[in-house]
Ligand binder design. Structure first.
Ligand SMILES: Nc1ncnc2c1ncn2[C@@H]1O[C@H](COP(=O)(O)OP(=O)(O)OP(=O)(O)O)[C@@H](O)[C@H]1O
Ligand SMILES: [Mg+2]
Length: 370
């Protein structure tokens, strides 16, 4: 929950021998197409959560001709996180020199949100992307949520395995699984519903800042019929589930419907407006999390935003509104741009901002003019 102070990257895509001191708030990376800006963000993402936002594979991340990459970060909290990866062995991940078997301890320390061209998918993509976004926030509010979520997934998988057997042999076993699954699913739903109830007012306020003239409404669909206990819904859908050999109802099927004037937002809004709603979803979540963390006794909670090419598809007023919201949030922001002029207001160096030039896989800090 702390900003990134120092980043070292080696042999990650075209990046070699990178060693940068970042600013706790505003950072701008400027460079031509193909210079390595997105790769820099991708390396931070891989370090924070174990995977890229561009590929599920490891081999494209290794610099051509190299057999391992390294990404290392020092946080302003003093924590140190290092990752070394190759194609054949399990990743070597360390937190403060201690080997880690996964990202469970690291992900809460360095919360990351990406704003890039894929962020559109939060508005016009499938329900899974929206669920992952809500679950990401749930995990950062309450780390034990991850255990609950994994337990629920395991129960769904076990029920699905049962549904693949002969229907005549499984009815009594299904009753046992349904009871456990319904209990776990209802608990997950209650947690998500509580989060959304508090978060949606933040979201609507932020949407009004970015799109004052547009009517947007948000509707959480829990994944089974309203007003019905999950246990009952699972019982009622047994014939269908047996036919499809899968559990078709439950919080793993939840969705967040985003509408404008009564129609799906993706069918009504322009590309730029969709991007603004996506930015609002992420920025308002950081505002909500700051408040929750302050209430939990952690007032300096910081997310690192990786904002790739904000200016594309947004006019000057719109990108200005998003910039203001990001900068005033006091989160750490790492922006990229092709030229400093694309984000002129960020480009003006101040004492609290850092500017970097990216060229052919090398990154150097631009010193403020004296
Ligand atoms: N595994 C790899 N090894 C070496 N170079 C790679 C590898 N994968 C991609 N590249 C190259 O790395 C360069 C940097 O790509 P990146 O996407 O980071 O550029 P960018 O600065 O974000 O460009 P743009 O402004 O076009 O988005 C590209 O030239 C790309 O072809
Ligand atoms: Mg790029």
């Amino acid at each position: 929950m702390s900003a990134l102070k120092r980043i070292k990257i080696d042999n990650f895509r075209n990046l070699k021998d990178i060693d940068l001191d970042l600013r706790p708030e505003v950072n701008l990376l400027v460079g031509d197409n193909g210079s390595g800006k997105t790769s820099f963000m991708e390396a931070i993402h891989v370090l924070s959560v174990g995977k890229s936002f561009r590929t599920a594979r490891v081999d494209p991340l290794l610099a051509d001709g190299q057999d391992q990459f390294l990404v290392y970060a020092e946080l302003f909290s003093g924590d140190r996180v290092g990752l070394q990866r190759d194609l054949t062995t399990t990743p070597t991940l360390r937190l403060n020199s201690e080997p880690q078997s996964g990202w469970k301890e690291i992900a809460p320390l360095m919360p990351i949100q990406v704003l890039n061209s894929d962020s559109f998918l939060l508005v016009d993509g499938g329900a899974g992307i929206k669920r992952r976004f809500i679950d990401w926030a749930m995990f950062h509010v309450e780390h034990s949520y991850l255990g609950r979520w994994r337990n629920y997934r395991r129960l769904v998988q076990q029920r699905n395995a049962l549904l693949k057997l002969n229907p005549r042999d499984i009815q009594s076993q299904l009753s046992i699984w349904d009871e456990e699954l319904a209990k776990s699913g209802e608990e997950m739903h209650i947690l998500r519903k509580q989060l959304l109830k508090s978060y949606i007012p933040f979201l609507l306020r932020t949407i009004t800042e970015f799109l004052p003239a547009i009517d947007i409404s948000i509707d959480y669909k829990k994944g089974w019929p309203r007003g019905m206990p999950l246990h009952q819904a699972l019982f009622d859908s047994r014939a269908k589930d047996t036919k499809y050999r899968a559990t078709t109802l439950g919080p793993h099927r939840a969705d967040v419907a985003i509408s404008s004037a009564g129609l799906p937002a993706s069918e009504v809004l322009s590309r730029g407006q969709i991007k603004l709603v996506a930015c609002a979803l992420k920025i308002s979540m950081s505002r909500y999390l700051s408040q929750i963390k302050a209430e939990q006794g952690c007032p300096a909670y910081t997310i690192t935003f990786l904002i790739d090419d904000l200016a594309s598809e947004l006019d000057a007023n719109s990108s200005g509104a998003v910039l203001d919201a990001l900068i005033s949030s006091k989160n750490q922001c790492i922006f990229t741009a092709i030229t400093g002029g694309d984000l002129a207001r960020v480009s003006d160096l101040t004492e609290t901002s850092g500017k970097f030039h990216v060229e052919h896989g090398k990154i150097r800090a631009v010193k403020p003019a004296v």
